[in-house]
Design a protein around this ligand. Structure first.
Ligand SMILES: C[S@@+](CC[C@H](N)C(=O)[O-])C[C@H]1O[C@@H](n2cnc3c(N)ncnc32)[C@H](O)[C@@H]1O
Ligand SMILES: [Zn+2]
Length: 417
């Protein structure tokens, strides 16, 4: 096999990898990563999963948001943080935390792959972070297990797996200190969005539904699974931030010890009832949905059920505001896009569960789609609450029922907007 040696500008050391690499810059760091173009035969192939060490440039926005959130969390708790990235790939995320977040005392960067360990170790040295970043080469559950004892636990764990984070939830919860921040990515959108419902039930303990608001259900299913796992350890969670972007969902949860906190979590679990015929949807709180209407109260068609899932808040308004302020201090490549996402999320913090998608509603009525801002104005004029959502550019969260929404859209179509 061909061998590749790389020597960065300020490094005396050479690294020998048996695959092509290149140095990229992201945020304030530079890292050696697999040269992705060398691993795909056609543009349709997903390069990160073909490379011998994982690196995905598309996730830059995800990492930027993580830097913001970690900085805001640090300023709120006002203490030095120990951070763990148990599934690190080339190490870029943990290295950015060590370099870009003030008040980070230590980052443990871990990956089960020997090549990832080698690359991440090199990247830590290249960024002169050996005093603050430790690189490990263990199974994530084994690593987290060794940090499960009091006073050894982490302030923050960022779990960014291939697919589902569920296999690591128990050990992550155990390795998190009281009041710690647990960050989870899930990329297994086919199960979470109801394309493979059995896989979702198996992994997350909740039933998904292939509705137009399935991305919100995905966040709620992930949060529900976390809340249930935390409750087993007598811990409660508060979701301080979450987002659905590109091909993944992500939640930021603060976990607190206490049976009372855990019980409060359970009260935030419930179901969403949905009618595919008339698009009526209805959240129902409570874990034991012993009985629910078989038929839709609006049109008499069959009612479908999603859950159990998290029906509590998906973000905290103040935390979002602080993230927006922090963003202004940063010069991220995608600051503008991040600003838009943060504003939308902050505005929808108090909005009702299960957004409507205007195209879908208009499709059932066979009427043209009016501009979304006009619909929001009309809903507010009619006395309803209405919010845009970051989940979907054609989405509206409202306390108006599906039939109210359709009535309004028909009026729009008749009046000609
Ligand atoms: C999606 S990638 C991580 C990407 C990285 N967090 C980033 O921001 O670039 C998932 C990583 O998990 C690693 N991995 C898979 N199973 C693991 C396990 N059981 N323990 C530790 N690492 C594991 C893989 O080698 C891979 O590098
Ligand atoms: Zn119905």
């Amino acid at each position: 096999m061909q061998e590749f040696w790389v020597k960065s500008e300020n490094m005396k050391e050479e690294i020998e990898m048996d695959f092509p690499t290149e140095i990229i810059r992201e945020g304030k760091v530079k890292v050696l990563v697999p040269k992705l173009k060398a691993f795909v035969k056609s543009p349709s192939e997903y390069a990160p999963s073909k490379a011998p060490v994982f690196y995905n440039p598309i996730m830059e926005l995800n990492r930027d948001i993580a830097v913001l959130a970690l900085q805001v969390y640090q300023s709120i708790v006002d203490r030095e943080l120990s951070v763990c990235e148990p599934l690190a790939g080339c190490g870029i995320r943990g290295i950015r935390f060590a370099m870009e977040v003030g008040g980070v005392k230590e980052v443990v960067i871990n990956d089960i792959s020997a090549a990832a360990f080698q690359l991440a170790s090199y990247n830590v040295r290249m960024n002169e972070l050996t005093e603050r970043a430790i690189v490990r080469n263990e199974d994530a559950n084994f690593l987290l297990g060794s940090y499960g004892a009091p006073r050894k636990r982490f302030d923050t764990i960022d779990m960014d797996p291939f697919g589902s984070p569920v296999p690591y939830l128990d050990s992550a919860i155990r390795a998190l200190r009281n009041g710690g921040l647990l960050i989870l990515t899930a990329t297994d959108m086919a199960p979470l969005c109801g394309v493979h419902p059995k896989a979702c039930i198996r992994k997350y303990g909740g039933k998904p539904l292939r509705t137009e608001y399935c991305h919100e259900l995905a966040v709620r299913l992930l949060a529900g699974s976390l809340a249930t796992t935390a409750a087993k350890h007598d811990m409660g969670i508060k979701i301080i931030f979450s987002h659905s972007t590109d091909h993944y969902v992500r939640i930021y949860a603060v976990a607190k010890y206490g049976a009372r906190e855990a019980d409060e979590n359970v009260e935030n679990l419930g179901y969403v009832l949905h009618c595919f015929k008339c698009l009526h949807r209805e959240p129902v709180k409570g874990l034991f949905l012993v009985e629910h209407p078989e038929k839709c109260g609006e049109c008499g068609s069959k009612i479908n059920v999603a859950g159990p899932l998290w029906l509590g808040k998906l973000s905290d308004g103040q935390f979002c505001e602080l993230m927006r302020k922090e963003l202004k201090q940063r010069a991220f490549a995608q600051s503008k896009k991040i600003g838009k996402i943060l504003t939308l999320i902050e505005n929808e913090v108090e909005a009702p569960v299960a957004y409507y998608v205007v195209d879908k509603l208009c499709g059932t009525l066979d009427v043209p789609v009016p501009p979304i801002k006009k619909i929001i104005e009309a809903l507010e004029e009619a006395g309803f609450r209405a919010f845009l959502t970051h989940f979907n550019s054609k989405g509206i969260r409202s306390n108006a029922s599906a039939s109210d929404m359709k009535k309004l859209l028909l009026e729009f179509s008749e009046a000609g907007w």
